[in-house]
Design a protein around this ligand. Structure first.
Ligand code: GLN
Ligand code: ZN
Length: 765
């Protein structure tokens, strides 16, 4: 008999109940007890959803972040929040979100009421989820606090759940953290392991039989020290009185397969979606007493599993492994929306191709049923699955021969500018006639309450198209007038009409669909609703030309056309799984290319193509980076580089780590790149020094993530640092990112200082 289990369930709630409960608690509008109650109801609901499984996870629920939960369990809090005497949950939120200091904490309150910096956040492997980074120093110590886990365990048991506690493993935990003092994190392993051992014993004493211990860093390249750490850790833990299921996911074990197979644990979970080919060799390595859990339902996307094909592959394995075979989703379902049944508006075809978390668990159940009792026992469901997949394969909405033909005709020439930068730059300069240190912004201006109201009124049918257009035009005019008054050199229309930089384009492209409730947690209470790229991409008509030309008609200054690049659109969507991502990306590139050429034809002289998420798409293993970068850069080039020499292409990226991908960034061959640097004090510009980045650069000097208004002097000083690394003739002056989350009263003085800074620089450099 095959055993079924799940690695984790989304905790935000099918209707984002947790988000709303958290935000209301944080605003002081509801009590801690009310929040706790929502948490409990969600856990109970989620266990009920998983009732058919042989093992359901416990401890996967989190009020903010599972890594922060683990830090609390290990008694490992940042120095700055220790000794806090209030409620534990409040202290937990202080680490998660930080707390600003009141203007005047009052005498004697400096210690308890001073501000607390939020923990740093970073991406959880290659997902869009962000965790709170554990902070280590050479003197870090650990002390068990199993209270959260035990409370959830007791709840699960009271509900009659066959529960399997879920922990982040010690090696991954250390790997996810940062040593604040530059010390060696691995040196802490010795101190960490006794706490893990104690935790496992505690769980055993409560009756836990299996514990899932997540070590996803097993799918990344590990050097000898980290490999050794795995051996040390699991030999230390092998005397625990629970059975350990070591879980790897998000990729393939490859050279770590031998290590993973031979650690002294009772079972191993692997991602059989990403690495089906690795499973058979792994079975040969696996000691005969061990359970092998195969992740056979994709936990990272929203497509139905091909159940019949999966069974074709699984049946012989089930025969071979017998009761040692477990099956599960490939990873925690945290990364998919909760329930497809909530969707009222998706069209029936597309709906029939999808599976969210609840549906994925039902698929798992069907697979188990078929393995345990024969396919005939679930014949109807298997036939329905086959029919849905066949309809998808045959759908003319998915497959558009003309798009496939266009992609097949892409040659390297298509992504090639007419002449190299040194030849085309003077032509652009002659046309644009910009001063030295030209000023611009990244695209969006504040999304005011009026803008949001007009958009929601329009969507709800309370405002007609003409009324909506008039409202947006008024906002564009306002943005243009403000920019002229500020004296900026290259203007933008302000993006008032865009709800989101990806959704806006997805909504206008054939091949995209949108869910109503397809929310996925990004961090804390923040969720994103990725659009669904289901078919070949076609641009039926221009998407931005009318707004941009209207904006240009209001001013003599150059107006930047503003587009989102193909790689970013791809990386922020749920992407079809029936062709390589590179093909979908090139299709998007062709659609954006048409838009670029239409903008150029309409007289737009500067076009910015944002690639905010290019870096995010990097594979976990460095060995795979070149392949990704190759098609990602090619896609950008196809989108951008069909223009004449005189047209200036900008791109924007919301980060400043370029050292390791500089060659690829330079290869995109944008005339100007604007990046985020203001918080790193320009140090990160090192990657862009004279020899490595050949074109123009706008290092952000205004940190738009903060309400602070930077002074002219501050920005001048930052730009002077930049000028030490990049010739002044190639520098632009601009903010870090778009201004949509800021308010006009912040933006006006900040940009006034920015323009003044540029003037000072022109005089002094
Ligand atoms: N043009 C976009 C804006 O200004 C860029 C946003 C981003 O890079 N995330 O809002
Ligand atoms: Zn940005």
């Amino acid at each position: 008999m095959v055993t079924t289990h799940n690695l984790g369930f989304p905790r935000i709630g099918a209707q984002r109940e947790l988000k709303f409960a958290l935000e209301s608690y944080w605003k002081g509008q509801s009590s801690r007890a009310a929040l706790q109650q929502v948490g409990q109801q969600l856990r109970q609901q989620h266990w009920a959803d998983q009732a058919a499984l042989d093992w359901a996870p416990v401890g996967d629920f989190s009020f903010y972040d599972q890594v922060l939960d683990m830090s609390f369990t290990l008694g490992h809090l940042p120095e700055r929040v220790r000794g806090h005497e209030g409620d534990v949950l409040d202290n937990y939120f202080r680490v998660a979100r930080g707390r600003s200091a009141p203007a005047d904490p009052g005498a004697g309150h400096a210690a308890c009421c001073a501000g607390v910096a939020a923990g740093e956040m970073t991406k959880w492997f290659d997902t869009n989820y962000h965790y709170i980074v554990p902070e280590f120093t050479a003197t870090t110590t650990f002390q068990l606090d199993a209270s959260r886990l035990l409370a959830q365990w007791a709840e699960a048991r009271a509900q009659g759940v066959k529960a399997k506690p879920v922990l982040i493993g010690p090696v991954t935990y250390l790997a996810l953290g940062k040593a604040k003092d530059g010390s060696d994190r691995l040196a802490l392993l010795e101190r960490l392991l006794p706490v893990y051992a104690q935790l496992l014993d505690t769980l055993a004493a409560q009756g836990a039989e299996w514990v899932q211990i997540d070590e996803p860093i097993l799918v990344t390249e590990l050097d000898a020290d980290w490999q050794h750490a795995f051996n040390t850790a699991y030999h230390h833990l092998k005397s625990a009185k629970v059975k350990l299921l070591l879980a790897s996911y998000f990729g393939s074990l490859q050279e770590n397969a031998y290590l993973a197979a031979n650690l002294p644990v009772a079972g191993l979970h692997v991602d059989a979606i990403n690495d089906r080919d690795g499973v058979r060799p792994l079975i040969n390595l696996l000691p005969a007493h061990k359970v092998l859990s195969l992740g056979v339902v994709n936990g990272r996307n929203i497509w139905k599993t091909d159940l019949n094909a999966t069974l074709d592959w699984l049946e012989p394995l089930a025969e071979q492994l017998g009761p040692r075979l477990w099956i599960a989703p490939s990873c925690s379902l945290l990364h998919v929306p909760v329930d497809l049944a909530s969707e009222q508006k998706l069209d029936a075809d597309i709906l029939s191709w999808l599976a969210f978390a609840r549906q994925k668990l039902a698929e798992l159940q069907l697979l188990a049923q078929a393995l345990n009792h024969g396919r005939a026992s679930v014949r109807e469901a298997l036939d329905a699955n086959r029919a849905a997949l066949a309809a998808r394969r045959a759908s003319t909405r998915v497959h558009r021969p003309e798009v496939q033909l266009a992609v097949s005709k892409i040659t390297r020439d298509l992504g090639q500018r007419e002449t190299p930068y040194p030849q085309r730059a003077p032509k652009q300069a002659a046309l644009l006639r910009l001063p030295k240190f030209p000023t611009t912004t990244i695209g969006s201006f504040p999304q005011t309450a009026e803008i949001r109201r007009a958009r929601s009124d329009f969507k709800a049918g309370r405002l007609d198209a003409a009324g909506y257009q008039a409202a947006m035009r008024a906002e564009i005019e306002r943005a243009v007038r403000e920019q002229e008054a500020l004296g900026l050199d290259v203007l933008v229309h302000g993006e008032a009409e865009r709800n989101d930089m990806v959704e806006y384009f997805g909504e206008q492209l054939d091949g995209y669909a949108f869910s109503q409730f397809g929310w996925v947690q990004s961090y804390g209470s923040r969720c994103v609703k990725p659009p669904i790229l289901f078919g070949d991409i076609r641009r039926p008509q221009p998407m931005t030309v009318a707004w941009t030309t209207y904006a240009q008609s209001l001013t003599d200054k150059p107006m930047k056309g503003m587009l989102t690049g193909p790689v970013t659109i791809l990386n922020w969507s749920f992407v079809r799984d029936d062709q390589p991502r590179s093909v979908s990306c090139l299709q998007l590139a062709l659609a954006i290319r048409q838009e670029v050429l239409d903008l150029e034809r309409a007289g737009v002289r500067v076009i910015q193509i944002d690639e905010a998420a290019l870096r995010e798409g990097l594979p976990l293993r460095r060995a795979q980076w070149p392949v990704y970068l190759d098609w990602a850069v090619e896609s950008f080039r196809v989108a951008a580089n069909g223009v004449r020499d005189e047209t200036q292409i900008h791109t924007h990226m919301c980060y400043s780590e370029f050292n390791d991908i500089m060659a690829a960034i330079a290869d995109m061959d944008a005339d100007v790149i604007t990046i985020e640097t203001s918080r790193s004090d320009m140090e990160l510009l090192d990657a862009f020094d004279d020899f490595r980045y050949p074109n123009e650069i706008g290092p952000g000097v205004y940190d738009i993530h903060s309400p602070n208004i930077p002074t002219e002097q501050h920005m001048v000083a930052l730009m002077k640092k930049a000028a030490e690394r990049v010739p002044a003739e190639r520098l632009w002056v601009n903010p870090d990112c778009g201004l949509k989350t800021r308010q006009w009263p912040e933006v006006i003085p900040a940009l006034t200082h920015l323009v003044a800074a540029a003037k000072t620089l022109r005089a002094e450099c």
